[in-house]
Design a binder for this molecule. Structure first.
Ligand code: MAN
Length: 349
């Protein structure tokens, strides 16, 4: 299927081998889903680094952080009847879920938006505390005034939830704890207050009634969130029939707030789409794309750690040009450009 993304010819921009593991004995398995921001004239990505240790035949190892912040390795024989390992990302052992990899976030910067390098002055961000013992993932970065708000997925055996850290200089961070309890992820804070309030998109999951829908919340201080409203649902028979979740912060356009989001179907194919919210009242959805604006089509999107995935949670805007950075096949970092006008033209406004 043809889409309207103009992929970088240099894709994939980053592969797991381009990053040094966080500690000896670890291997980087995936580099994915970067948050994006500009700082000191450069483009920065806060990339999710998913690590594990070298696997041995007949055994599965999975790393978790313990209470002191050190890594522990859990080892289970593959033929253990209490082990269910059918998804590359998650396993179930003795009735409990674990992740096959442990993620942290790494800062890389670039002058041209294509070639990214790490700089020792900006260390990585790691899970901390018992609510992040399975790592931190998929960070959205929103800048409001001179503060960067980092909303990320904190994972532990207590559930999958949204954590917040803030920074002004990318060297000192304030840990604000969980702002949305499990099960919740894909949280993006609007980069401007609307009528004096902060707004955020987020994705709680409700398995019995409801589903994996996108919600809107408001807050007086970006810490305490309330007045939750259900905004965007999955659509049966569509490319976004199983789950939907916000990308990065909404983009302010003449027509309203434009959000690029991911939608997955029951076969776990992840595409990107868009919807538009009213400028003064984002709980009003004005339009939504019927067809995806980006579909996994390239080899690096179709095959990798978890194939058939394009997933974005970071972008840079320059006039009409939207540059998204995205995780391809849950393994590589890639880039693509769009015209904002062209995205808006795909929607019935
Ligand atoms: C899903 C996937 C994984 C992720 C877990 C926890 O299974 O998105 O990549 O690690 O959720 O967030």
């Amino acid at each position: 299927m043809k889409d309207i993304a103009k992929r970088f010819p240099e894709n994939p921009l980053l592969l797991p081998k381009d990053i040094t593991p966080s500690r000896e004995g670890f291997q980087v398995i995936c580099l994915l889903n970067p948050g994006v921001f500009t700082y000191q004239g450069k483009t920065w990505i806060l990339v999710r680094v998913a690590e594990s240790i070298a696997q041995k035949e007949g055994v599965i190892f999975f790393p978790v952080l313990n209470a002191t912040g050190n890594t522990e390795i859990i080892e289970v024989p593959l033929n253990d009847p209490d082990l269910i390992a059918t998804d590359a990302r998650v396993i179930n052992y003795k009735g409990l879920d674990y992740l096959t990899t442990l993620s942290h976030l790494r800062l890389l910067s670039s002058d041209d938006g294509v070639h990214f390098t790490e700089n020792g002055d900006y260390p990585g961000l790691f899970g901390s505390g018992y609510l992040e013992s399975f790592g931190i993932e998929d960070c959205r970065v929103s800048k409001i005034d001179d503060t960067y708000y980092l909303t990320y997925t904190g994972v532990s055996n207590n559930g999958v939830a949204v954590g917040l850290r803030t920074t002004k200089n990318w060297q000192q961070f304030e840990h604000k704890g969980l702002i949305l309890p499990p099960h919740n992820k894909d949280c993006a804070i609007f980069e401007e207050k609307i009528n004096g309030k902060y707004y955020a998109l987020h994705r709680p999951s409700s398995v019995d009634l409801g589903g994996n829908y996108m919600w809107l919340a408001e807050s007086p201080d970006a810490l305490h969130w309330g007045n939750h409203q259900c905004l965007i649902k999955t659509r049966q028979g569509f490319w976004d029939s199983a789950r939907v979740g916000a990308g990065a912060a909404p983009i302010k356009t003449e027509k309203g707030w434009l959000e690029i989001y991911h939608g997955a179907d029951i076969k776990h194919r992840y595409c990107l789409g868009a919807f538009l919210m009213d400028m003064d009242d984002p709980s009003k959805v004005i339009a939504r794309s019927t067809e995806p604006i980006m579909v996994p089509t390239e080899t690096y999107e179709l095959s990798g750690f978890f194939g058939f995935v394009v997933f974005t949670n970071g972008h840079v805007i320059n006039g009409d040009e939207l540059t998204i950075y995205y995780g391809a096949a849950d393994e590589f970092v890639c880039g693509a450009r769009f015209s904002i006008k062209e995205i808006l033209a795909t929607m019935d406004i």
